[in-house]
Design a binder for this molecule. Structure first.
Ligand SMILES: *Cc1c(COP(=O)(O)O)cnc(C)c1O
Length: 420
């Protein structure tokens, strides 16, 4: 059974101050996960997690990352600005973007972020933007084919066919990119690959490491470029369903260490620093969406209409993703029937669950939708004039802090030009 990180009593108390719907994050859980992650990779000198900002773009969350020794992985102008403002500087900022606008590159350069190139074709584009090339840069690799390591039994994974993915360079292109960057004065090289997302297997990182470490050895030998860091990127998943086993980050760390010792150390590359850009693994389980049942409706199915909708959590509508639901105070009640838990958008895929067995629901019931700590709030949108919810942080001392207020109609109207 999946447990909520807040109790029914705690939540009732929070709702007195903050009306539903809202996302709630668990600071203690996030810090615990980061400490485990760092300890799993402590064998690697200089290891650093660059938290993927897009998963949970909130200064308060990023500050926790900073305090735990992380950097940030950014992909846009706005994420760069936010990271700078939180206090990340220089090589604490990874810039892993694609289809990148010139102003994004210019900002990344002015912040001395580490630019991770998605395409060899961006080098002539950068020639027109950078006054001089930074000393340290990185390139993103796409090996093509299908990557099966870490595919969950349910078969649900966001992206696991590199040949269909828009990201990264082919082997030939990455060799060319390294040579071109070296000509332009780059001295320290990084290598990055992201082959599958939300993997539930302790083998994903080690198998990715095998592919990318071998390429690093070939690249250093054949181009003479000095590779100082390898970025395993994101992709370590979390068990969204109650019966799925969680990844063991310590087994993953040991698995990568074994491949490191097999491939990099004998090649004289035992000083290569590893980085990760995990998002989901770090914050996913430590966030939830709290919502209230507004209406019950029985037609050809049983519907529970809640005050949250897909604008607050897009993953079910977008990927058919499962998010577990706990009915607060009814954790031990038997299943009554299958409910579609729906939002209020004029769009039939606006369902947070489909045919979900739940206890007997009543209007006013508080539902906790699990695992929304990453790619939850941040994917939000404003269809139907629906507004983004508040975000709250449950602090380690048990107090609760508002870290983003709910949008108001004025926010929605702020960008409109009204005719006189
Ligand atoms: C989204 C993303 C991540 C984080 O992915 P998770 O699945 O949340 O671990 C890391 N790196 C890059 C480049 C990304 O686009």
């Amino acid at each position: 059974m999946k447990k909520t990180f807040v109790s029914d009593a705690q939540l009732k108390d929070i709702i007195k101050t903050y009306p539903t719907p809202f996302h709630l994050y668990d600071e203690a859980g996030i810090r615990r996960t980061l400490k485990d992650l760092y300890s799993a990779f402590s064998w690697n000198r200089g290891y650093r997690e660059y938290f993927a900002v897009k998963a949970t773009p909130s200064p308060s969350i990023l500050k926790i990352m900073k305090e735990e020794g992380c950097g940030v992985d950014t992909s846009s102008y706005t994420e760069l600005l936010m990271s700078d403002r939180v206090g990340f500087h220089g090589d604490e900022i990874m810039f892993s973007s694609n289809d990148t606008p010139a102003e994004d590159y210019a900002l990344a350069d002015s912040l001395h972020a580490v630019i991770n190139l998605d395409d060899v074709g961006h080098i002539p584009f950068l020639d027109g933007i950078l006054k001089s090339y930074p000393k340290k840069m990185s390139c993103r690799y796409n090996p093509g084919g299908t990557f099966t390591a870490g595919r969950s039994k349910e078969g649900f994974q966001v992206m696991d066919k590199p040949e269909d993915a828009k990201f990264g360079m082919t082997r030939e292109q990455i060799f060319e990119a390294y040579r071109e960057l070296k000509k332009r004065g780059v001295e320290e090289f990084g290598l990055h690959a992201f082959l599958a997302s939300n993997t539930l297997s302790n083998d994903y990182y080690p198998e990715l490491a095998r592919v990318i470490f071998q390429l690093a050895v070939d690249l250093e030998r054949e181009t003479g470029c000095h590779i100082t860091f390898i970025n395993l990127s994101g992709g370590v998943g979390i068990p969204y369903k109650p019966d799925q086993p969680a990844n063991d980050i310590f087994a993953i760390g040991r698995g990568v260490e074994k491949v490191y010792n097999e491939i990099l150390v004998p090649a004289g590359m035992g000083d290569v620093q590893l980085c990760t850009e995990l998002g989901r693994y770090v914050t996913g389980p430590h966030g939830c969406l709290v919502t209230r049942v507004l209406h019950l409706k029985d037609t050809y199915r049983h519907y529970a209409g809640v005050d949250a909708n897909s604008c607050n959590l897009m993953r079910p509508a977008m990927y058919g993703a499962y998010h577990h639901i706990t009915v607060m105070g009814k954790e031990n009640e038997p299943v009554y029937e299958n409910y579609d838990v729906t939002g209020n958008l004029c769009e039939n895929n606006d369902k947070l669950s489909v045919n979900r067995p739940l206890p007997k629901l009543e209007t006013g019931d508080i539902l906790v939708i699990h695992d929304t700590g990453a790619h939850g709030f941040s994917m939000g949108y404003n269809y139907n004039g629906r507004l983004r919810s508040a975000e709250l942080l449950l602090k380690e001392d048990g107090s609760v802090r508002l870290i983003r207020r709910a949008e108001t109609p004025e926010d929605y109207f702020a960008t409109l030009i009204w005719d006189e």
